[in-house]
Write a new protein. Structure first.
Length: 340
């Protein structure tokens, strides 16, 4: 299983993707009632959505839903994640109705006895990329041979899986343990980095540095990310709340897609002390769209997935050492949301 600290904005970046104030504020929730972010209304029930990391436009669709009062009938609180705020415990305990996780984390938790189901998939494509510079690019997995890759050692199974999927000799790649930063690449200490499409490459672009990114999902690394998880108990006893919350998420993310700059502006405005700068948030929001929307979501709606993608996920998870049943994914809530 990959190190959660290396997956998203897991380090302070000078370009403002994560600020010191945001780290200090980890765990702070944001709530509303129907009618708007600071409005009032008569919600019939309360529910929390546990985010997977610090506030940023990564969760822009949720902020829009909150701001517009689109969680109809539910008084929603968005719980910020962070280095000391894992997603799974609040969902198991019931303090959060839904959590934002990833297929590998959920599978690992289920293997330990957690009663989770994946009820929505925000990122249709896994955001892991190999980032390099134009003068020494990694355009496909075979280009990794002979290169020095900067990454957390905890992500070694990710690299090994990519190599297995593409018949690349992993022993021909030199792994250099690095902090989650673009600096080792810019300083010439490594030839490429294992990172997310929406963070280190964005930080480099904002700093005026061009980079090349090879999306691992385009080379067989199928692993659902930014997934919505709920417990089997909630599916049985709080289905109406799950449907209401997910319906708000769908509306929020569809609006996000229609105007990513507005989503970025709302994020920066809502969290003025989080160390977020608008240009970075705008670019991050733009680059997140092709990861979250596809022909599948165009046809079926935000958060949807196919049986084929589940099979692909199970194959990738098996290479990561996790034997995962197909019924980990439960589409019944989305079917009600989208009227299928």
């Amino acid at each position: 299983m990959t190190d959660r600290k290396t997956l998203t904005r897991r380090t302070l970046l000078g370009a403002g993707i994560v600020g010191v104030a945001g780290i200090a504020a980890a765990g702070i929730g944001l709530s509303t009632r129907p009618g708007g972010l600071f409005g009032s209304g008569d919600a019939t029930t309360a529910a929390s959505l546990q985010l997977s990391w610090l506030h940023s436009v990564q969760f822009g669709g949720s902020y829009i839903a909150l701001d517009r009062g689109w969680y109809e009938g539910v008084d929603v609180t968005l719980l910020q994640g962070g280095p000391n705020a894992p997603v799974e415990p609040p969902v198991v305990s019931g303090s959060a109705l839904i959590g934002i996780s990833a297929a590998d984390y959920t599978a690992a938790a289920v293997a330990e006895g957690a009663p989770f189901k994946i009820i929505g998939v925000a990122m249709q494509k896994n955001p892991f990329v190999i980032a390099s510079l134009p003068e020494n690019p990694v355009n496909e997995p075979a280009d990794l041979v002979g290169k020095r890759i900067g990454m957390a050692l905890a992500n070694t199974p990710v690299l090994e899986t990519l190599c297995t999927l593409n018949d690349v000799d992993v022993d021909g790649i030199e792994v250099v343990p690095t902090q989650y930063s673009a600096q080792p690449l810019l300083a010439g200490e490594v030839d490429c980095l294992l990172c997310w499409e929406t963070d280190l490459p964005v930080a480099m672009t904002v700093q005026g540095v061009e980079s090349v990114t090879m999306l691992m999902a385009d080379y067989g690394y199928a692993l659902h990310s930014q997934t919505y998880i709920a417990t089997e108990e909630s599916l049985a006893n709080r289905r109406a709340d799950l449907v209401a919350l997910m319906r708000g998420e769908v509306r929020g993310w569809d609006e996000y897609r229609a105007d990513t700059n507005a989503a970025a502006a709302l994020t920066v405005e809502t969290f003025p002390d989080a160390g977020l700068d608008l240009p970075t948030q705008e670019l991050q929001a733009e680059r997140q769209v092709p990861l979250m929307f596809s022909e599948v979501t165009d046809e079926n709606g935000f958060g949807w997935w196919t049986d084929e993608s589940v099979s692909q996920n199970r194959e990738t998870l098996a290479l990561l050492g996790q034997d995962v049943p197909a019924d980990l994914w439960d589409r019944s809530v989305l079917e009600e949301v989208h009227g299928s």
